[in-house]
Design a protein around this ligand. Structure first.
Ligand SMILES: NC(=O)c1ccc[n+]([C@@H]2O[C@H](COP(=O)([O-])OP(=O)(O)OC[C@H]3O[C@@H](n4cnc5c(N)ncnc54)[C@H](OP(=O)(O)O)[C@@H]3O)[C@@H](O)[C@H]2O)c1
Length: 334
């Protein structure tokens, strides 16, 4: 059964075109004085598209950028250095379809006592066909959802993202890159949760938006659990709007070229789409704020289901069960 709002890639792309013309009331809130000096920023999937644009902009604004990804090492890091004029840029290997690399990545940060001020969970795929990852979990579900659960829980459990508010320190921020296409997806179907299914392009596009609804529901629940009394970690979600990126690279060839021409004409460049992400990551406007959602430079609410307490709790428990079913070391924060 399809759970997402769209099951046609052309209709989904045209919805993106409509977004292109929407009013951006917060656009002038990001100024040149919003800088990352002294801050460490992790960006997953930073070798391409939006993540690459964010990496350049963060480095240009003085941040130490850790580009986490599975390809483009080291050349994409060198390109970010060149474009930003900063050498505070490094690349680290992380393949979100291979769980052991998430452990290695977090272990590396821990060993070097790297505590990111901002963690941007950007990596994502839009697969046209269901594909099994080495763990047996379907790859798009794993990369776009479950691996983000694993990565964030490991980083918090290993004290890489620290919950303790130190005197004078700004609180860490976690940003989930989502998609406004999540709006209108169905309630989470636990009969199908994490179950491998060989889907085609229509179900693929539907799953993409549905998995973003699951991701957002997790983000709100993570925020609840980290911030029971005070805000210790800001956990926020953003849709970058339509980005001229490689997100459709797995689409069938004809469809790829048709969609690419729309992307080229009206979608935003990664450099432009990165700006609201940078705003949410660094602006004082979001200091101490959590469970907020931006659609580009617009205030918005996520789909109401994402805020339901029972849904969040159930998702948390079922995500833990699923993680534990493929990994004995699974451990969620309390
Ligand atoms: N494009 C849009 O219009 C749009 C709209 C709304 C939301 N978004 C969201 O924006 C985010 C970035 O996408 P994009 O549009 O910039 O597409 P993109 O150019 O394809 O970038 C996706 C990034 O994710 C990485 N990635 C994919 N699978 C991975 C894995 N197994 N392990 C580690 N990294 C992996 C890719 O690495 P490789 O190069 O190695 O594959 C790439 O760096 C995604 O979360 C997407 O859902 C995009």
């Amino acid at each position: 059964m399809a759970h997402g709002r769209f099951d046609n890639p052309v209709v989904a792309t045209l919805a993106g075109v409509k977004d292109f013309f929407s009013k951006q009331e917060l656009a002038d809130r990001l100024t040149g004085s919003d800088r990352f000096d002294g801050k460490t920023v992790i960006v997953t999937g930073a070798n391409s598209g939006l993540g690459f644009g964010v990496a350049v902009e963060v480095a240009r604004r003085g941040g130490h950028v850790i580009m986490a990804g599975r390809s483009g090492i080291p050349e994409k890091g060198e390109e970010v250095k060149r474009l930003s004029g900063s050498d505070k840029v490094e690349m680290r290997y992380l393949d979100l379809s291979k769980i052991e690399t998430i452990y290695d990545f977090v272990e590396g940060l821990k060993k070097e006592n790297i505590k990111p001020d901002i963690t941007i969970l950007n990596a994502g795929v839009a697969l046209a066909k269901g594909r099994k990852s080495p763990s047996g979990i379907e790859e798009m579900f794993l990369v776009n959802y479950l691996s983000n659960v694993i990565l964030t829980n490991l980083m918090i459990n290993e004290n890489v993202i620290t919950q303790v508010l130190k005197e004078g320190n700004e609180i860490p921020r976690i940003i989930f890159i989502s998609s406004d296409s999540h709006q209108g997806s169905s309630y989470i179907d636990y009969d199908e949760f994490g179950v491998f299914e060989a889907y085609g392009p229509s179900k693929g596009i539907s799953n993409y938006s549905y998995f973003k609804l699951i991701l957002n529901t997790y983000a709100v629940e993570l925020s609840r659990r980290l911030n029971k009394v005070n805000v210790n970690v800001g956990v926020n979600v953003i849709c970058p709007g339509p980005v001229h990126s490689e997100i459709i690279k797995e689409a069938p060839k004809l469809l790829y070229f048709a969609l690419k021409s729309i992307f080229r004409l009206v979608f935003r460049s990664p450099a432009t789409a990165a700006l609201p992400v940078v705003y949410l990551s660094v602006s004082e406007d979001y200091e101490g704020k959590t469970a907020e959602y931006l659609h580009m430079f617009r205030y918005k609410k996520m789909d109401p289901k994402c805020y339901e307490v029972d849904e969040g709790k159930k998702l948390w428990d079922r995500s833990f069960e699923l993680w534990r079913s493929i990994d004995q070391k699974a451990k969620m924060i309390h």
